[in-house]
Write a protein that binds this ligand. Structure first.
Ligand SMILES: O=C(O)C(=O)C[C@H](O)[C@H](O)COP(=O)(O)O
Length: 205
């Protein structure tokens, strides 16, 4: 099992996090882990994201990765901050090769057959299907997955607790990602833990 595959099987849902205040990092991560979601994707969408990764990585049980990694510089900065895995919205050859060279678990984004073929050529067979709902939803992923028997996916984008079971029922889906676990604003840790627990209760098959 590859590093990224192991991470994808740790929990059915990967919270996608946009954190604007460093003081929120620990409470959010602790609430998610307490609810049963250990794998956390911190998007590099805010100026403090690297510090958030470093802070969340201190939380016992958390497996913290960086999302919105767009290039080699983002990749290296994320690894330096302590990211245990890397997620990108799309796939470039340069980023794919850099991730292989750094030996870091990598989940590249794909949205069509050409993307998947390029990923397979680079040696990847675990992908983020992004943006999942806007790219055609379940029907699109089923059709896309059919020719690529060894590929497994983490659909992300437009999925919430209600939509999650249908996605998780697909054989090609290992886990899903989504931002619904943590509503924007000052974190309500009870609410976050409850949402995490509901998501963690979703099981594959
Ligand atoms: O920032 C990135 O790198 C992304 O790939 C985008 C996020 O994964 C989606 O924005 C999450 O989608 P929602 O759950 O619909 O909010």
């Amino acid at each position: 099992m590859s590093g990224i595959d192991r991470i994808m099987t740790l929990s059915p849902v990967i919270p996608v996090l946009v954190v604007h205040d460093l003081a929120h990092a620990r409470p959010i991560a602790e609430a998610l882990v307490a609810g049963g979601l250990r794998v956390l994707e911190v998007t590099l969408r805010t100026p403090i994201a690297l510090d958030v990764i470093a802070e969340m990585a201190k939380v016992e049980g958390a497996v913290v990765g960086a999302g919105t990694v767009l290039n080699e510089a983002d990749l290296d900065a994320s690894i330096k901050a302590g990211a245990g895995f890397i997620v990108s919205p799309g796939l470039t050859d340069a980023l794919g090769k850099a991730a292989i060279a750094r030996n870091i678990p990598f989940l590249p984004g794909i949205a069509n057959a050409g993307d998947i073929m390029r990923g397979l050529e680079l040696g990847f067979n675990r992908f983020k299907f992004f943006p999942a709902e806007a790219s055609g939803g379940i029907k699109a992923l089923q059709a896309l997955a059919a020719p690529f028997g060894a590929a497994r996916f983490c659909p992300t984008g437009g999925i919430d607790q209600m939509r999650a079971p249908e996605w998780l029922a697909l054989p090609a889906v290992r886990c899903i990602g989504g931002s619904w676990l943590v509503p924007p604003g000052t974190p309500d840790v009870i609410e976050i833990r409850n949402r995490a627990a509901d998501a963690a209760a979703l099981r594959k098959h």
